[in-house]
Design a protein around this ligand. Structure first.
Ligand SMILES: Cc1cc2nc3c(=O)[nH]c(=O)nc-3n(C[C@H](O)[C@H](O)[C@H](O)COP(=O)(O)OP(=O)(O)OC[C@H]3O[C@@H](n4cnc5c(N)ncnc54)[C@H](O)[C@@H]3O)c2cc1C
Length: 465
């Protein structure tokens, strides 16, 4: 156990000294919406004690944020209940602001002695920070608490594939798994400045729902949200299903996966916590190695991709040149069948396995990894052009998945079009992009049992609505 946040997780955003008139230390919680194993929160508590000022934690929700819909809003708000409760138990003031981030956060930035923020990766998140943080009247620092190995520490460039990132991450991993001790909070209760506006968390749904896009993705109140549920979900997975993880990772008819992608997306759980607890489980080497490969190597490859492709991680142009070239050469190939966006979204194709995958996404906000690959590949096969396929896959991904709008989303979709992969045998439509078909699914897994699993899930979801 260490008592300070590793220096590699910390970056200074401004060179200003602490604001001598600042009434509190402010932590703008954005990526890490949790109180446990949160290096930003530890850092903010340490600063509060150093400066002798109380700590205020603010979460800001902008209902106009790109891609935000009612499904995401509901999950995020339910997750914040734990943050609110846990901070209150520690004696720390929690504040929720909503609307335009500059207008709402400026009064807090100006009144703070010191500001701590989470490192964020997506374009709109970075642009919000760039617009808001110049209003800070004191020192501002950014903490990276949602990857195991800090992104810029591990490499200074966009990595080519998992095989190039893996040795760099694995070399450093152990050092960053050491828990950082949360000091007892003793700095008092922060008062809201007169010109700041906050919203009670209980009132937030009523205020925000009418302002949030309703794109048809209904909310999923039966999906547990928040750090308590995430921690419990991890424990249940490790106790009951982890032993089968390696053998069943590509068996979508089973459920021997962690479902951590949803809580990880909102920072309800730290990947460091997940690795530490997985290492304590007594399940043998194979499942532990596979899990770390996904949770650390693949997930941090996604963060690396987004961080080092800031302008186009969500655009077709982000694909490697060989992939765009081969797809272009097969642009005019016959596509049979072809489906438009509405048919795909309604899960009304001729393919029962694909429809089940789309339904898993619609009714649970989640999809098994193996089916995500099949799902994305088929969109490429059935769309008029690779560009249209790319846009369709990303739109559906980010609309329906609770774990959507994450570095993993952009990387997962782009992988279906050749990112982080190599050239395979050339064929129609796909060119040299890796191909998947229903015969392969049947050979390697039991897709009919998967269809039955999704049917049951749909019945449960209907019952919960
Ligand atoms: C087309 C496509 C779209 C995808 N969209 C998303 C998305 O929107 N959000 C998302 O979080 N993941 C996405 N993925 C990656 C992956 O499918 C999911 O992270 C995984 O299925 C989540 O299930 P789990 O938490 O039960 O995974 P587990 O198998 O239990 O893995 C544990 C954790 O490792 C990470 N992980 C697992 N597989 C991958 C992977 N292939 N790439 C990167 N990290 C991984 C995740 O954080 C996951 O929670 C996508 C993959 C593809 C092919």
């Amino acid at each position: 156990m260490t008592s300070s946040v590793p220096a590699e997780r910390i970056a200074r955003v401004t060179d200003l000294p602490p604001n001598p008139d600042g009434a509190f230390v402010l932590y703008w919680m954005e990526r890490s919406q949790r109180t446990a194993d949160n290096p930003s929160l530890v850092q903010a508590v340490l600063r509060a004690h150093d400066l002798g000022r109380p700590l205020m934690v603010v979460v800001h929700i902008n209902p106009s944020e790109p891609g935000m819909n009612l499904r995401h809003l509901d999950y995020q708000l339910r997750g914040l209940q734990d943050v609110h409760t846990n901070l209150a138990a520690m004696g720390i003031r929690f504040v929720l602001t909503v609307g335009d981030p500059v207008v709402q956060l400026k009064p807090l930035m100006r009144a703070a002695a010191w500001v701590v923020v989470d490192r964020v990766y997506l374009r709109h998140q970075k642009s919000d920070q760039s617009a808001v943080l110049p209003h800070a009247a004191g020192t501002c620092e950014r903490i990276e608490g949602d990857v195991v190995v800090p992104t810029h520490h591990v490499t200074g460039k966009r990595e080519y594939a998992a095989r190039t990132l893996r040795p760099k991450v694995m070399r450093e991993m152990d050092r960053f798994l050491e828990p950082v001790r949360m000091p007892p909070y003793q700095a008092g209760w922060a008062e809201l400045p007169d010109d700041a506006r906050a919203l009670a968390l209980d009132a937030a749904a009523e205020v925000l729902r009418p302002q949030t896009v309703d794109d048809g993705a209904w909310s999923l109140p039966n999906v547990p949200a928040g750090e308590h549920a995430a921690s419990h979900g991890l424990d249940v997975f490790l106790a009951d299903r982890f032993a089968a993880y390696d053998a069943h990772r590509n068996q979508p008819q089973t459920d021997d996966v962690s479902h951590l992608s949803k809580p990880l997306r909102y920072g309800h759980i730290s990947p460091v916590t997940a690795v530490r607890r997985a290492r304590m489980a007594d399940v043998g080497e194979a499942s532990l190695t596979s899990f770390i490969e996904e949770l650390v190597v693949r997930r941090e490859l996604a963060v690396n991709f987004v961080e080092f492709s800031p302008d186009d991680y969500d655009r077709y142009t982000t694909l490697p040149e060989w992939a765009r070239k081969t797809l272009d050469e097969h642009r005019d190939d016959e596509r049979t069948p072809r489906y438009d966006f509405a048919t795909l979204e309604a899960a009304e194709t001729h393919d029962p396995y694909w429809n089940a995958a789309m339904d898993e996404m619609r009714y649970s906000g989640y999809m098994h990894n193996y089916m995500r690959m099949y799902w994305g590949k088929k969109i490429l096969e059935w769309s008029d052009s690779p560009e249209e396929a790319f846009t369709t896959a990303l739109t559906l991904n980010d609309r329906w998945f609770l774990d959507g709008r994450d570095p993993n989303s952009y990387t997962g979709v782009a992988w279906c079009f050749g990112l982080h992969d190599r050239a395979w045998t050339e064929r129609a439509v796909f060119g040299k992009i890796r191909y998947m078909n229903a015969a392969g699914l049947k050979r390697k897994a039991d897709p009919d049992a998967y269809v039955a699993k999704v049917e049951q899930l749909k019945r449960q979801s209907h019952a919960a609505r």
